[in-house]
Design a protein around this ligand. Structure first.
Ligand SMILES: Cc1cc2nc3c(=O)[nH]c(=O)nc-3n(C[C@H](O)[C@H](O)[C@H](O)COP(=O)(O)OP(=O)(O)OC[C@H]3O[C@@H](n4cnc5c(N)ncnc54)[C@H](O)[C@@H]3O)c2cc1C
Length: 457
């Protein structure tokens, strides 16, 4: 039977391993952490299970829905009670304008409030301003500021990209981070109107499972082992070596090295460990991977007595970087999800850390909790203090899709395709969201199976 080793047990590696098992391949998944899941992890705050990393997925694309169904948990799907959100702008919390695509507006009038009247007038100039369409690639911030003015970048686009990528609009690639936007339009407003759905849908955009996203990896792992696959945790893969008939995967501490032989290998790792692993066998791919920077961040989760919390009508708010506050996003988890919190306890997640700015992340946990508490007391009207708290640190968590990212990814795939039976997948390539990761995992599994067919090499 053909044997494939999947390296990395985040959602991408798990999706690849499950697809391989379903394809009748013998699979071993190796994960360096004590448990599988990567950025999907859950633990309790004030006795309430709360996600430490990803908390939801996009349900307008099928991949995550399919995976939840495949592991028998379709009946646990839940949608947020509200997705209404606010942004701190011009001295107050203001409703996020409707009809934007990653903060890019399709019309000017809806921006009044977040923008001043003069700034809204500047947005309207987009229709007449000369210029070229963005073409192959350009930075999101560069294009938005040139077309509709810097206020839109600062107060809408940058905070949203900061939420998804912990990145900065002036560095991130338009083609890679907002791929649905046509790049043949000179007018930004016209491009956004073309990218928006023709009619607003009443279907929920996001979902999770009631046990939390962090409970999903264990379900996928069970499905893999039920299908005959093997999962090894607490084992770091150190080297990949080509043999005349396949691959040797060397794992474990230097004092305890062990070797697995394989017909195929899926590398489901973030950019830095993937670069290290591929350095000897695919130096060109490793060089490209090493050039992808990642942003670090922390999620500070606090639990509050219900009496100390004002009425919360939204799912949370964003804080643009221009206001220089450590907390860049606040999620009122108990308002957003019916299953998070109780009558007595309200759960809030605060996100800290942006690409290129690790100053705040160097503070100790107590300091970060105090920072989150101060944000909620000063700007959201919370009183007293949290009854419980947790700091989840995510070092190098989110790959930065800078200008030219899609070309870089093409070069990585081309270099890896030259290695028989090897494929890469994960948040590094075609989207950091959970469905995109699952899609790359399945695609990597398919590539390896195709390369190994028919039968072992
Ligand atoms: C705080 C946070 C919140 C997020 N929120 C959302 C959200 O709400 N919705 C959404 O869709 N996305 C969200 N994301 C993004 C999404 O969670 C990630 O992009 C995705 O989970 C990444 O999955 P992955 O499998 O590609 O990588 P990872 O989860 O990073 O998995 C890689 C795995 O490889 C392991 N590993 C590393 N080196 C080795 C080695 N040498 N040998 C063996 N194993 C190794 C690691 O331990 C890790 O488990 C969030 C991300 C973060 C950080």
């Amino acid at each position: 039977m053909r044997h494939v080793v999947v390296i990395g047990g985040g959602i991408s590696g798990l999706a690849a391993a499950l697809a391989l098992v379903d394809d009748g391949v013998a699979v071993t998944l190796i994960e360096s952490a004590p448990a599988v899941g990567g950025k999907l992890r859950i633990s309790e705050v004030a006795g309430v299970p709360v996600d430490e990393g990803a908390e939801m997925f996009l349900r307008r694309v099928p991949e995550a829905l399919d995976l939840v169904a495949a592991v028998g948990r379709a009946d646990e799907l839940v949608s947020p009670r509200t997705t209404a959100a606010e942004v701190w702008a011009r001295g107050a919390l203001r409703a996020m304008p409707a009809g934007t695509v990653m903060g890019l507006p399709g019309d000017a009038a809806s921006l009044l409030g977040v923008l001043s009247a003069d700034e809204v007038d500047r947005v309207r100039q987009d229709a007449e301003l000369p210029g070229e369409p963005p073409g192959e690639d350009i930075s999101v911030g560069g294009w938005v500021s040139a077309r509709v003015g810097p206020a839109v970048t600062e107060r809408l686009v940058d905070p949203l990209l900061g939420g998804v990528y912990a990145g900065r609009a002036d560095e991130l690639s338009l083609a890679a981070t907002i791929p649905q936007l046509p790049r043949d339009e000179r007018s930004l407003l016209a491009a956004v109107r073309r990218a928006r759905p023709a009619a607003p849908s009443s279907e929920p955009v996001f979902a999770t499972v009631t046990g939390g996203m962090g409970s999903l990896p264990a379900s996928v792992a069970q499905a893999i082992t039920r299908g005959g696959g093997t999962i090894m945790t607490g084992r770091t893969v150190r080297r990949l070596e080509a043999t005349p008939t396949g691959w040797r995967v060397v794992h474990g501490a230097t004092t305890d090295e062990q070797v697995l032989t394989a017909d195929g290998v899926v590398v489901a790792l973030p950019p830095s460990p993937a670069a290290r692993l591929l350095a000897d066998v695919a130096p060109a791919a490793a060089g490209e991977l090493a050039a992808i920077d990642s942003a670090s961040m922390a999620i500070v989760t606090t639990a509050w007595r219900t009496d100390d919390v004002p009425d919360l009508e939204t799912s949370g708010y964003l804080v643009p970087a221009v206001y220089d506050r450590p907390v860049k996003a606040v999620t009122f988890a108990s308002s957003k999800w019916a299953h998070v919190g109780s009558d007595d306890v309200v759960i809030v997640r605060c996100s800290i850390g942006r690409h290129g700015d690790v100053r705040d992340l160097q503070r100790d946990d107590a300091d970060l909790i105090a920072t989150a508490t101060a944000e909620l007391s000063t700007y959201a009207g919370f009183t007293g203090g949290p009854v419980d708290s947790r700091v989840s640190r995510w070092g190098g968590a989110l790959p930065q899709y800078t200008v030219g990212h899609r070309e870089r990814v093409r070069r990585i795939h081309a270099a890896v395709d030259a290695l028989p039976g090897v494929a890469v997948c994960g948040a590094t390539y075609d989207g950091v969201g959970v469905p995109a990761c699952i899609r790359t995992g399945r695609a990597a599994a398919a590539r390896v199976v195709a390369a190994m067919s028919p039968g072992p090499r």
